[in-house]
Write a protein that binds this ligand. Structure first.
Ligand code: AMP
Ligand code: TRP
Length: 331
């Protein structure tokens, strides 16, 4: 039986957080043996918000190195930089032609980001989800492992696949999101009603994958909780709930068991232990990262091979799509 196909990506827009790790990357590692996996550093998406070119360059290699440090294996998966596979853009143009302005205008991420940059709203921010659909559909992807916040974009990708298939005949696989129940949405440590995000102005709100031990411990100790003072898993205690989620995902233990451990204990003990859980978890990733980021030749070989393989697959689908919409093949 042929392996099912997986695609996912993270934007190189600054340092990655524990939210990215738990919501996305961590789940990719275990898919590699069973699926035909494609993982991309989606730099084309990153320029929908202002970027300093030198930082974008640096962040792109950093995300690639984090992928590898986390356990993505170039022997098993195609790991590449999005702009090295321009077929995504060619497909995205075609998909734009069947995308409705109204539907794109309803995308939550667009609404949020456009409010932040009203003065110089760019067209790419608006069509961003169409490019994301192209990323996915061009590989005939079955499964897309992402965090909860990407669900709406996935829904659009599914709609576009269906719409194209109905209009031009069966072409695309309609992809399914793969969203883990726990950890799908890691919240800010300073405001547990907001998702943990690297664009938070308050750096105590997020933990970076590359934060050092002391920083992690400090941030966890400062995490906002409540005045109830009991470690329990309820919606009335969103801060504690979020910390319990992180604890549970990183230790692979059910929340109830952890809650039991802290019966009769206060938040101090709980946060102290959680800080160590997180620091211990991320330390080996950071150590491997330090090695990999120094080895530019290795990084280059990974992204070159990844893109070469990805392009072969992407070309096939693109040619098929071009024929269906009525473009004349040159050869
Ligand atoms: P981004 O940083 O927006 O490129 O997101 C990359 C991946 O990380 C996507 O699959 C997101 O759904 C996931 N992600 C980002 N932030 C969080 C969070 N706070 N909790 C869970 N998943 C997240
Ligand atoms: N939009 C995603 C995010 O912000 C990143 C992304 C781009 C992506 N293309 C994708 C994720 C394709 C999954 C599949 O997190």
């Amino acid at each position: 039986m042929e392996k099912q196909i997986v695609f996912s990506g993270v934007q190189p827009s600054g340092n990655l957080t524990l939210g990215n790790y738990i919501g996305a990357i961590k789940n990719w590692i275990k898919l590699q043996d069973e699926y035909d996996c494609n993982f991309s550093v989606v730099n084309l998406h990153a320029i929908t918000v202002p970027q300093v070119p030198a930082n974008l360059r640096k962040n792109t290699l950093e995300v690639l190195a984090i992928y590898l440090a986390a356990g993505l294996d170039p022997e098993k998966s195609d790991i590449f930089i999005q702009s090295h596979v321009p077929e995504h853009l060619e497909l995205s143009w075609i998909l734009n032609s069947i995308s409705y302005m109204g539907q794109l205008g309803r995308m939550t991420q667009y609404k949020e980001k456009s409010q932040k940059s009203e003065e110089n709203l760019n067209a790419a921010l608006f069509t961003y989800p169409v490019l994301m659909a192209a990323d996915i559909l061009i590989y005939g992807t079955d499964l897309v492992p992402v965090g909860e916040d990407q669900k709406q974009h996935l829904e659009l990708a599914r709609d576009l696949a269906d719409r194209f298939n109905n209009k031009y005949s069966e072409t695309f696989v309609v992809p399914e999101p793969l969203i883990q129940k726990e950890g799908a949405r890691i919240m800010s440590l300073q405001d547990p009603t907001k998702k943990m995000s690297k664009s938070d102005e308050n750096e105590n709100g997020y933990i970076l994958i590359l934060d050092d031990r002391d920083t992690i411990i400090r941030k966890v100790k400062r995490a906002v909780t409540d005045s109830i003072g009991i470690v329990q898993y309820t919606d009335e205690q969103p801060g504690v709930k979020n910390l319990l989620n992180i604890y549970s995902v990183l230790t692979d233990r059910p929340v109830e068991e952890i809650v039991k451990d802290y019966e009769g204990k206060g938040y101090g003990d709980f946060k102290g232990d959680l800080a160590i859980v997180i620091a211990d978890y991320l330390e080996p990733v950071r150590d491997r990262y330090e090695e990999i980021i120094k080895d530019k030749e290795y990084l280059e070989s990974v992204y070159k091979t990844g893109a070469e393989n990805a392009r072969k697959k992407a070309r096939k689908m693109l040619s098929k799509v071009q024929r269906k919409v009525g473009f004349i093949p040159m050869i």
